[in-house]
Design a protein around this ligand. Structure first.
Ligand code: ARG
Length: 483
């Protein structure tokens, strides 16, 4: 099959080239084997461009129709897996354009009027990424919903809250889950902001300086859905910037890296919590693997891999941002290197979010309409752990403050009480009233309510606090927000 004017790479550009490219250089410079992934965006961009060229009478109605029918054929060929992607044709853009010309002749050759691969590729990447951001937004919502379900079931379940990984104060497991809901809701906000800046049209910038054809850039923007909330077309306003900057891709990867960091923090907790020493939770067997030598093992491979893959996405961020730093205006071929890290970031993030939503919240059983197989919580183990480490010491100090002691003095008094409890190897709540009163005579019988885990939990009834009241209010707020 011959692709006429693009047939041999040495002749693709012009008669200017006197020798063909070596196979090694062809392979080195070609991107088709990864950028063919942009084919849908490439066709959509070309169709919007052709529609505008016809409306502006730059190409004829007949040529426009031929381009449309040729593109329909190409779409069908690619979908059916019959399209003959050729390394000789370097990238997705030249492959599709060459096939179009082969199918519809001169009309195909007219498509590139007023356009360059420089504004074409920038448009394709933006269109493709916009679609992926929308999918990621939906996955982030699913994950938040899964966390909310777990939170709702565990509002009254107490676990030790840690600072410095030392037992600090008792908290609600629901409250702990909601901390991640907050993180992922901000990840969602960040994605939406990146989407807004991604959704702008480079086409019309041509190679770098704009074009002498009377293109209607706003028309193209509208037909590609590159509009703001008011439906106003969003067009890149400087041709040099439009073809050369990849800040939207960098921003997206930064937002993704941060989201993966949140996943990684959660992974670290899941790994700790399911270890024998904690025994707080179990995750379904299908997210774990055994050991080839130790028959007793169930390893948390999925959270461990997510923690590992976070490094990979952070690496992509470093790669992309470094790619940009030395580039003079305008387009440079360096930019072709934006694709693989970007694609891998999208794939890694999407897979991770999907797996985590299921691992946390379970999978819907269509027969019962109930989600099954999410994380299971061992409330006794959590509560037992919360009873270690004098988690209610702050509550005793607060109790003394209410009796009139300055907080610093109360803090000191309780330190002595904790020391005594450690010496006797008992919890604060197990010290007899007479012993407690030696530290401060204002202590009365009602102190035992204050020293209990539940008393401590319910006392933190402040906006953003861990009291079950507050946790329930937050769950309601999040559910309303997520719709
Ligand atoms: N494959 C190229 C890329 O990904 C397309 C743009 C090529 N432009 C050029 N002037 N060589 O960036």
């Amino acid at each position: 099959m011959s692709h006429n004017q693009f047939d041999k790479k040495s002749q693709a550009w012009s008669a200017l080239f006197s020798e063909p490219m070596s196979d090694l250089v062809k392979r080195y410079t070609a991107s088709v084997f990864f950028d063919k992934r942009l084919w849908q965006a490439d066709i959509a961009g070309s169709l919007a461009h052709a529609d505008m060229l016809a409306a502006q009478k730059i190409i004829s109605i007949e040529d426009h129709k031929s381009i449309q029918s040729g593109m329909a054929t190409i779409r069908a060929e690619i979908e059916a897996g019959h399209f003959d992607w050729q390394l000789d044709l370097e990238d997705v853009h030249l492959n599709i354009e060459a096939r179009l010309t082969q199918l519809v002749g001169l009309a195909g050759k007219r498509l590139h009027t007023g356009r360059s691969r420089n504004d074409q590729v920038a448009t394709d990447v933006r269109l493709w990424l916009r679609g992926e951001i929308d999918l990621i937004g939906a996955l982030l919502t699913d994950l938040q919903m899964a966390l909310l379900d777990v939170a709702e079931k565990n509002v009254e379940v107490i676990l030790p809250g840690f600072t410095h990984l030392q037992v600090a104060q008792p908290i609600s497991f629901g409250h702990h889950m909601l901390a991640y809901v907050e993180m992922f809701s901000r990840d969602c906000e960040r994605m939406l902001e990146v989407r807004r800046r991604t959704n702008r049209l480079p086409l019309g910038a041509a190679a770098l300086a704009g074009t002498s054809y009377p293109l209607d850039r706003e028309r193209v923007a509208v037909s590609l859905g590159m509009v703001d909330d008011q439906g106003q077309p969003q067009v890149c306003q400087n041709s040099l910037d439009a073809v050369s900057d990849r800040d939207f891709a960098i921003e997206f990867t930064a937002a993704s890296a941060l989201c993966m960091v949140h996943i990684s923090r959660m992974s670290e907790e899941l790994i700790l919590w399911m270890s024998q020493n904690f025994g707080f939770i179990k995750i379904a067997d299908r997210f774990t693997t055994g050991s080839s030598i130790m028959p007793q093992k169930k390893n948390p491979d999925v959270p461990e891999l997510a923690r590992g893959k976070t490094g990979r996405v952070v690496g992509h961020l470093m790669g992309l941002i470094t790619l940009m730093k030395g580039q003079p205006l305008a387009y440079n071929k360096d930019n072709q290197e934006d694709k693989e890290p970007l694609f891998d970031t999208v794939d890694t993030l999407k897979d991770t979010l999907r797996i985590f939503a299921e691992m946390i919240g379970g999978q819907l059983n269509p027969a019962t309409g109930v989600k099954e197989g999410g994380i299971t919580v061992n409330l006794e183990a959590m509560e037992r752990a919360a009873l270690k480490g004098y988690a209610t010491a702050t509550d005793l100090a607060d109790y003394l403050v209410k009796k009139g002691l300055p907080f610093r003095d109360a803090h000191e008094t309780v330190a002595h009480a904790v020391k005594a409890a450690i010496t006797h190897q008992v919890d604060l709540a197990e010290l007899p009233l007479s012993v407690l009163r030696e530290f401060n005579p204002s202590i009365e019988k009602d102190v035992y309510e204050v020293l209990s885990l539940r008393g401590s939990l319910h006392a933190r009834d402040i906006l953003g606090g861990t009291a079950p009241n507050q946790v329930r209010m937050q769950i309601t707020r999040h559910r309303a927000r997520l719709g």
